[in-house]
Structures are given as C-alpha cells and as structure tokens.
Design a protein around this ligand. Sequence first.
Ligand code: G4F
Length: 328
Amino acid sequence: MPTALITGITGQDGLYLAELLLEKGYDVHGVIRGQNNPKRELVRRTVPDVVLHNGDLTDLSSLMRAMRDSEPDEVYNLGAVSFVAYSWENAHVTSDVTGKGVLNMLEAVRLQAGEDPGSIRFYQASSSEMFGKVQEVPQREKTLLWPRSPYAVAKVYGHYLTINYRESYGMHASSGILFNHESPRRGPEFVTRKVSRGVARIKLGLADELVMGNLDAQRDWGFAGDYVEAMWLMLQQPVADDYVVATGEMHSVRDLLDIAFAAVGIDDWAPFVRSHEAYLRPAEVDQLVGDATKAREVLGWKPRVGFHELIESMVEHDLAEQSRIARS
Ligand code: G4F
C-alpha cells in the first residue's frame, strides 16, 4: 500500500485529495498546524482514516518529524496562505508560509530521501495567479510569469524552487499550475462561494444584498474534485514535470452572478448586488484562462464538471446548509 503525506489537509483540495487517495488504497497522512486547530474535527469527520501529524510549514523540524513518522512515497504540498486579497495586508506571513514553506518541504523530502533523491515523489501546488498581468492568452507552462500580489510572488518562488530541486538533486518534484478550482467546500471568502452562499441567503430571506468587488474580473473556474486527480496523475509519471490544469473556459464575475441568481429563479440581480471598494485589490489579475493541452496529452486528464453545473451545485449545497442553520 503506497503512503502519501499531504500538507494543507484541512483545505478544500486536501480533503478531496485525501478521499481520492484513500479510494485508491493509499495509507494517507496529513500535516495539521496548531494545538487546537478548529478544522481538526472537520478532517476527522470527513476522512477518519487519515493519520494526522502536528507540523507547520514554517518549522522545518516539525516537517522532518512528520516525514520520519509517516515515511511517505508521495508528498503533496497543498498548504499555503491562499487568499490573495489577504496577502497585501500580511505579506510577511504569506512569504514565510506560501513561499519559504516550499523550501522547508523540499528540504524535508530531500533529507528523508537520503541517497535516493527520486524515491519520494513531490507535488507542489503552484497557481495560475503566477501569470498575473498575463503575457499571453491562454496561459501555458512556458508563459512568462508576472505575479501581481505578495501571494503570487511567493508562489513563483515555490514554483522555481521546485524546478531547481528537480534539476539540482534529481528529485521527482512536479508543479501543478492550477487555475481556480471551486466546490461546496470552498472557503466563503473566495468569490464563487461568497456568491453561492450570498444568493442562497437572499433566496431564503436571510440577507438582502451581496457586497462585491471587481465584477469584470475573469477567471477559468473548474471543479476541485477534478483537479486533485491531475495532482495524483502527475506523481504517477516516470519523469517529473510541470503542468497547467485548467478548463480553457473564461467567465467573468458577472457570469457567475448570472448563473447563481438564475439557479434560485432571479433573472435580474442588479437590485441585490452592490460594489464596494473594500473588495477591490491594489493590483488585479484580469484575464486568466489556461491551456491544459499538455495535461490532456501526457496525463490523459480532462475536467468533468462544467462551470454551470459547478455553480448550480454550490448554490444547491448552500440553500440546504443555510436552511439548516436558519432552522437550528
Ligand atoms: O475567488 P478569488 O478570491 O480567487 P483568486 O484571487 O483568483 O485566487 C484563487 O485562485 C487562485 C488560482 O488561480 C489560487 F492560487 C488562490 O489561492 C485562490 O484559490 O477571486 C477571484 C476574482 C478576483 O479577480 C477578485 O477581484 O474575483 C474577484 N472578486 C470580485 N468581487 C472578488 C469579489 N473576490 C472575492 N474574494 N470577493 C469579492 O467580493
């Protein structure tokens, strides 16, 4: 039975990946931060078979301990401070966790692997945010990176360091450049979940407006459950490499609002949506859309869930959840 170690196990991707690996018969371990992490219970409930290790991406010795105790064949580094807007206010902590955390993980893997650097396969969660002020449309693996936030700069550092460890030490280290991926497990601070939850609350009479930022921003949104499969496929390849994972379809925040409100029978959302500058970013990424040809051709990966279906399922989930909360 292969063994996998996941950082960021408490997040949307960590949970989907843990479920996928357990289904495939893996022994799954996760790194969890903090003594009383409130998400520990969520992990226990969702994936009870996962073995948890205390550790922090900023603390190399804790990661080495987790590596020693779990003895993984595959390591998935999904842990990060991942909310882009937050990264301007917390640039230091974002750099330490999202950037230097990758260095700590690569070192922990390298030291654990000892004489045989390729014996532990490593996945780094790189991000489409690295393309930032996009230099070509759609973006592919070789597109010049132009990060536009402290978060994106930290991701670029982690991305190049992963490539560097592969080239310097012969490690089996791959980077997945994932475009936005969403689900009912997405945190409510991200735009898709903010909208699905807000629309559900408006429909149920629990709220009367949704306060938003830049409605013209465009993203390539896919389903997180599909994207974790691409992560696993990358580590099954004989040679490590970097891959764009995306749907190839671009939609605006306005499109997202159209679909979410239509799902509850509201065709004109203008009376319910207000823009506020508090949600605008100091530098915006306007036009993200990925070309996942390489992932399709080499990994045999393609997305299964389309944008409409994804957003409708999130609204449906939030209608049920908000009704439950309102009743309790
Ligand atoms: O949902 P978002 O906050 O995601 P963002 O910034 O694209 O980042 C996410 O995807 C990346 C992959 O490309 C990950 F690396 C990253 O960790 C994260 O998961 O915002 C999407 C867009 C932005 O352009 C934002 O300005 O939606 C726009 N937006 C408009 N109004 C809003 C809002 N975003 C949020 N969060 N809240 C708003 O009210």
